[in-house]
Design a binder for this molecule. Structure first.
Ligand code: URA
Length: 210
């Protein structure tokens, strides 16, 4: 299942300012956090924990978020968004995976360099992977292959901007994964960047130029 957020002027404002190259890094990080919150509220289909509670007036029942959520932050670009997701899923555990692009192949996918993998037990967990840019999907497919080996109950991806090409690759290999994206752009350029996109998300949060 894929869902592109739409219909909210706050979303449009957020995406526009993220795309704008004149947006300063501190504001860019804050906007990614805001988008992370919006994406989190879009997540549907999770079964909550039923609880009995007492209001000041009477006893009633309620629902709490499941206690088996793990948020995966894909370094480095996911840091602000993953922080926002963790602020909403207060009882979630955090896993961190580094994955960066190495060499581009003929089909515009990339070889991936990963030298850090530290996640809690993912067996039977609801795993929410935060990866702001799904371009060729090389990074997210690398992460999905690893995570899938640990038999999670469900996998959800949260992205700020995705390319149609990358989403299709994920859907082909992992049709059961839910993908929530702020916006889906049509194109990748010859360097494998999403266009219009927002540039290199990692550089823009870190105030670096590679
Ligand atoms: N990663 C980014 O940060 N930006 C893109 O456009 C593609 C991958």
């Amino acid at each position: 299942m894929r869902r592109e957020l739409s219909g909210s002027i706050i979303l449009e404002d957020t995406i526009t300012r993220l795309r704008d190259k004149n947006t300063e890094p501190f504001e860019f990080r804050r906007l990614l956090q805001k988008l992370g919150r919006m994406l989190t509220y879009e997540i549907k289909g999770l079964n909550g924990r039923g609880v009995d509670i007492d209001t000041p007036l009477m006893s009633t029942t309620g629902v709490l978020v499941p206690d088996n959520i793990v948020v995966i932050s894909v370094l480095r670009a996911a840091l602000p968004m993953a922080d926002a997701v963790l602020n909403e899923f207060e009882t979630a555990k955090l896993g961190i995976i580094s994955a960066s692009r190495e060499e581009m192949k003929l089909d515009r996918s990339f070889t991936i360099n990963s030298n850090y993998y530290n996640t809690p037990d993912l067996n039977a967990k609801i795993v929410i992977i935060v990866d702001p840019m799904i371009a060729s999907a090389s990074t997210i497919l690398f992460v999905l292959e690893k995570i899938n080996q640990e038999n999670p109950q469900k996998i959800i991806i949260l992205a700020a901007i995705s390319a149609e090409y990358g989403i299709k690759r994920v859907e082909e290999k992992f049709p059961e994964v839910d993908i929530y994206s702020g916006v889906i752009d049509e194109q990748l350029n010859s360097d494998g960047y999403i266009v219009p996109g927002l540039g290199d998300a990692g550089d823009r949060i870190a105030n670096t130029s590679h």
